[in-house]
Write a protein that binds this ligand. Structure first.
Ligand code: ADP
Ligand code: ADP
Ligand code: SF4
Ligand code: SF4
Length: 602
């Protein structure tokens, strides 16, 4: 077995501890420096060849900064990159296919961005040799026999040109200024300006300064800027962040179109419906986030996503998740609705220039209603009306008799209390409640966050804490506004399950605003579709079945979905495929449950 020891540089605070890691190491006690303090950096270093992997330092470190894992020796030969001593290690690389879209699928921290950076030439792969990097020739030789060998030959000699849409679009205004039109016209190398702008609906922002763009606008401009270039390989790192459900599907259409121009495309994406629609193949990345990541061989997109949901990689005989993700759509569609929990009449609400009209509806005990629609259409306004935060201008909302828990869309905590203090403050003893522990605390991986001050958490960490805080309160009506924003694919699936279980356990009624269609499908019993003109006028339709609601929504976007015959998950049909044409013809944009032969196509 080969040993990997990783010390998290942010968590390790050598000035605030007693260097327990070194003091308690049994190997150090025998006089060998398995772990020692580096003279220069004053930080601990683990010598992986001396460390026996006993795990004592892992347990003793008060900041949980150390991880030690053992991996098969053979794998060591496939290490493509290591960021530095006691840092993250990446094994293998995704194999690209010309003219095809390759999706990268996996939780955060297992090396999707690192793979993209290596394949784009931004990071030179050191093959794990942090002291002395190998030469280009050695790297090319390392990949001999695989399609990556000619790839790196061409990349290193400048014969392949690559463009990357980076993951963090919010950093773009720091490096690029000026108007959107100037930027996009400058990069329009193949004369596709009109086509790309129309598809991403960017006409209205062309005259705007880049520094004034919202997250969703920046994302679409960044995707356009990459797609307009005329290069060989296009890489899109998380293209759907900040985008609403319609914009995601349009961005996915554009990305497929890039491949149809004969280009090679790579996409890292957490929205499974979008990933499925975009990709021809997927590579699954697994391992231990922040410690090591392994890239699987490419699988056809259907099989790849099914493997991911199953949590079992057959070629390695390896289980990477405890439970498979299951879709119980048929049972839920037929579930009887018994006790009415809350209702609302026809409503109207004006906010500045915006008007929301809502048609009367109701929610039943034990039911989850999903809210779907573009941004700026009034979804948050509706949730606030239900929560009693806003009063309607006309009509009524009958929720006053209920105890309500609300997870807002934007979470901006002003407290330096720790996560533990916040959760215990909301509901005393909640952290020792066995149900909360197994059904909420563990699936949301809150353990590492418990003693961190809330105002130091990242977006995804904050989201998980806010969801837990909402659930910690025993309520009858739960409102979750965009619970999957900033979360990775694994966490989104976990959140869907958590919301379902809390609704069942407390026999509550729940509303969820969601842009991720797979999460939506997993969570909801019925749904409300919002339509209208964003920023001007929103119309909320009454709750309807998932199938009718999705049908109504997808018809507008022009994308059809079917259910995968083996897992039951919804799958977007590729544009103009036989099923796509057929379903459009019969007006079934969602759920045509198809046979293995029909539904098995990639
Ligand atoms: P993903 O895209 O799957 O979220 P990344 O490739 O961004 O994962 O990162 C994988 C791990 O590599 C991260 O958890 C982080 O610990 C580490 N890492 C990323 N960039 C650096 C860097 N520049 N220096 C050191 N470690 C890094
Ligand atoms: P969604 O949740 O669907 O993105 P929102 O309900 O947040 O939409 O907002 C709908 C529209 O109402 C947006 O155009 C927004 O700018 C506007 N709006 C929201 N709150 C206010 C307010 N307090 N004053 C004026 N306009 C508002
Ligand atoms: Fe202290 Fe833990 Fe860092 Fe060791 S690893 S120096 S115990 S914080
Ligand atoms: Fe020492 Fe054990 Fe930590 Fe290795 S895992 S550095 S042997 S305490």
């Amino acid at each position: 077995m080969a040993r990997i020891a990783v010390i998290d540089r942010e968590l390790c605070k050598p000035h605030d501890c007693y260097k327990e890691c070194i003091r308690f190491c049994p190997i150090v006690r025998t006089g060998k420096n398995a772990i020692f303090l580096d003279e220069e950096s004053k930080r601990p270093v683990i010598a992986e060849n001396l460390c026996t992997g006993c795990g004592i330092c892992v347990k003793k470190c008060p900041f949980k900064a150390i991880t030690v894992v053992n991996l098969p020796d053979e794998l060591e030969e496939e290490c493509v990159h290591r960021y530095g001593e006691n840092m993250f290690k990446l094994y293998r690389l995704p194999v690209l296919k010309e003219g095809r879209v390759l999706g990268l699928l996996g939780p955060n921290g297992v090396g999707k961005s690192t793979s993209i950076k290596i394949l784009s030439g931004e990071i030179f792969p050191n093959l794990g040799r942090v002291e002395e990097a190998p030469s280009k020739e050695e790297v090319i030789r390392f990949f001999r026999g695989s399609e990556l060998q000619p790839y790196f030959e061409k990349l290193f000699s400048g014969k392949i040109k690559v463009v990357v849409k980076p993951q963090y679009v919010e950093k773009i205004p720091r490096v690029i200024s000026g108007r959107v039109r100037n930027l996009l016209e400058r990069v329009d190398e193949a004369g596709r300006f009109k086509e790309v702008i129309e598809l991403l609906e960017l006409e209205k922002v062309l005259g705007r300064e880049i520094k004034l763009l919202s997250g969703g606008e920046l994302q679409r401009v960044a995707i356009a800027a990459a797609a307009l270039r005329d290069v060989d390989v296009y890489m899109f790192d998380e293209p759907s962040s900040y985008l609403d459900v319609k914009q995601r599907l349009k961005a996915a259409k554009l990305i497929r179109r890039v491949a149809s121009w004969g280009k090679t495309v790579v996409v890292a994406e957490h929205d499974l419906a979008v990933l499925d629609y975009m990709s021809d193949h997927v590579c699954i990345l697994y391992g231990k986030p922040g410690v090591y990541g392994i890239v699987s061989k490419p699988h056809g997109v259907r099989n790849g996503i099914n493997i991911y949901l199953e949590g079992y990689l057959p070629e390695e005989n390896l289980k990477f998740r405890r439970e498979p993700v299951k879709f119980f759509y048929t049972a839920r569609e037929e579930a009887p609705l018994e006790e009415r929990m809350a209702s609302w009449g026809d409503l109207e609400k004006r906010l500045g220039d915006f008007t929301l009209q809502v048609r009367a509806g109701e929610i039943y005990r034990g039911e989850i209603i999903g809210i779907l629609g573009p941004n700026g259409i009034g979804k948050t306004t509706m949730v606030k009306l239900l929560a009693g935060i806003l009063e309607p201008d006309s009509g009524y909302v009958a929720t006053q008799h209920l105890k309500i828990s609300y997870k807002p869309q934007y979470i901006a905590p002003k407290t330096s209390k720790t996560v533990r203090e916040v959760l215990e403050g909301l509901s005393e003893g909640i952290l020792s409640d066995p149900w909360f522990k197994t059904e909420v605390f563990e699936p949301l991986t809150l353990e590492p966050l418990l003693d961190q001050p809330v105002d130091t958490l990242s977006g995804g960490e904050l989201q998980r804490v806010a969801i837990a805080a909402c659930i910690a309160q025993e309520s009858e009506l739960y409102l979750f506004d965009e619970p999957s924003a900033h979360l990775d694919v694994e966490q989104r699936l976990a959140v869907a399950r958590v919301i379902r279980r809390v609704t069942e356990k407390r026999r509550a009624a729940t509303f969820v605003v969601e842009h991720d269609l797979i999460a939506m499908d997993l969570i909801t019993d019925r749904m409300m579709v919002f339509s209208g003109e964003p920023g001007v006028k929103g119309m909320a339709n009454p709750p309807t079945s998932l199938r009718k609601g999705m049908n109504q929504f997808l018809r507008e976007v022009g994308i059809t979905f079917r259910r995968d015959p083996s897992t039951g998950r919804p799958r977007a049909n590729k544009e103009s495929s036989w099923l796509d044409r057929h379903q459009k013809e019969i007006g079934e944009y969602f759920y045509a449950v198809v046979s293995e032969e029909e539904g098995g196509e990639e």
